[in-house]
Design a protein around this ligand. Structure first.
Ligand SMILES: CC1=C(CCC(=O)O)c2cc3nc(cc4[nH]c(cc5[nH]c(cc1n2)c(C)c5CCC(=O)O)c(CCC(=O)O)c4C)C(CCC(=O)O)=C3C
Ligand SMILES: [Fe+2]
Length: 401
């Protein structure tokens, strides 16, 4: 199951979609109105849904190419098609165990635990439906087993696809490319969420810095020169009093212009496809800022359905299948790039809590801290020890994948 965020398809979807996203969250009303306008600026339609459909098609084609016969469904947390429906469809088709590919490359509350909490709620909803249909024994823990694919920010396929896209942007800059810096952009998060993401694993920001260094090195190698790079953020929300990760991409562009920069490449490395953040916050707002301050900026593409990314996801699906068969002696090779190592298959206790040291108290699927009575029977436990487990750190060589 491709498991994503969701987005509106029409003007009348915008408000109910925003209500779904912000339920129980401390987002000021003005911010909601403002973000609603971003969507209305594009006819009430986010690019994210068409992007996800294209990714499902690309995954299907890549699985078929490798002779792997698996059904794929698509489900969203915040808009149709909803996760519960996707799971119900898979179950009706005979599936009993599902692997969720989350369209969030990095781990943090927003990209990891939030998805796991919503998944637990969807499994509970599915169990209610199955009981209503007459199967009195259905529980969230037995109705369907769901595993979550490990975060893939440092998988070579993701890194390679980003590097390819950045090189195309430098090509487009042509004679202005010479000393144009590379500005990586991702979604800002509150600094409390950043700290919590780093409590037991490398933090959200650290994950991005690792990917950025790899992409910049690969781009520099292929351009034949050192590429200066920085990480910036977009799409800050929440009250102004609450600190979020900085610098904002617009502020950074102004600062670069002040220091004499006349051209730059923006790499939306935090987004796997063209979301509204990319269409509005980068292509509309940040490119406007760049024009204002006299910087010729080109926004690089997202990994979207690029071949190395799609093939990398399928590699990860097969890696996970091998890991689940590992107790029967199957070897597992965890391929990663960079220095941080593979994200765990099963989230550890306390993974990605919202605030450092504060338990959310909300059930979450696919983790060691998932409620044992409800979830442990259904999610894969930690991989036990038969057969070799190797980790291969690949540097970004020409044939890395
Ligand atoms: C880290 C991160 C990702 C990347 C990981 C992932 O991909 O999941 C992401 C993705 C997305 N965020 C999206 C949209 C929104 N995010 C919001 C709010 C927030 N996002 C946050 C963080 C993230 N968000 C945070 C900390 C908030 C504050 C509220 C909270 O603590 O959760 C709001 C409310 C208004 C506002 O506050 O801006 C909206 C509308 C869409 C859909 C876009 C489309 O339609 O194309 C996508 C893919
Ligand atoms: Fe997590």
């Amino acid at each position: 199951m491709l498991y994503s965020f969701g987005g509106p398809n029409a003007p009348e979807d915008v408000l109910p979609f925003l209500k779904n996203v912000t339920r129980g969250k401390n987002i000021p009303e003005e911010r909601l109105v403002e973000v609603g306008e971003h969507y209305h600026h594009f006819g009430g339609r986010s690019p994210i849904n068409a992007q996800n459909l294209a990714l499902v098609d690309a995954l299907r084609a890549e699985l078929a190419r490798r002779g792997v016969d698996l059904p794929i469904a698509w489900g969203n947390r915040n808009w149709e098609p909803y996760t519960t429906q996707a799971l119900a469809d898979l179950r009706a088709g005979g599936a009993r165990r599902v692997l969720a590919i989350v369209t969030s490359a990095y781990g943090s509350y927003s990209g990891c635990r939030q998805y796991r909490e919503n998944l637990a709620a969807s499994l509970a909803e599915l169990a209610d439906q199955v009981r209503a249909d007459g199967d009195d024994d259905a529980t969230p823990g037995t109705v369907l087993a769901v595993d979550k694919l490990r975060h893939y920010f440092n998988h070579p396929g993701f890194v390679r696809a980003n590097a390819d896209a950045v090189l195309e942007a430098y090509d487009e800059l042509a004679e202005d490319a010479a000393d144009a810096p590379l500005v990586f952009v991702t979604h800002s998060i509150p600094t409390t969420m950043e700290e919590a993401s780093g409590a037991r694993r490398p933090s959200y920001r650290t994950q991005h810095l690792d990917v950025a260094a790899l992409v910049a090195a690969e781009v520099g190698r292929r351009l034949g020169r050192e590429v200066a790079w920085q990480l910036a953020y977009c799409s800050r929300s929440g009250p102004p009093s609450q600190p979020w990760l900085e610098p904002d991409v617009n502020d950074l562009l102004r600062e670069l212009a002040g220091a004499g920069t006349r051209a730059a490449v923006l790499s939306p490395v935090g987004f796997v496809s063209d979301h509204m953040e990319v269409a509005f916050d980068l292509d509309t707002e940040a490119l406007e800022t760049a024009r204002e301050v006299g910087i010729r900026a080109v926004r690089a593409g997202t990994v979207s359905t690029r071949e190395p990314f799609v093939a990398g996801l399928v590699d990860l699906v097969l890696e996970r299948a091998a890991a689940e068969r590992h107790e029967h002696g199957e070897p597992v090779e965890r391929v990663t790039a960079g220095s941080l190592g593979a994200w765990p298959d099963v989230c550890h206790t306390g993974c990605c809590l919202l605030r450092a040291g504060v338990e959310s108290g909300v059930p979450a699927a696919c983790g060691e801290d998932s409620d044992p009575t409800e979830w442990l029977a259904t999610t894969a436990g930690p991989v036990t020890t038969a057969g070799p487990v190797t980790t291969r750190d690949t540097t970004m060589t020409g044939d890395a994948r």
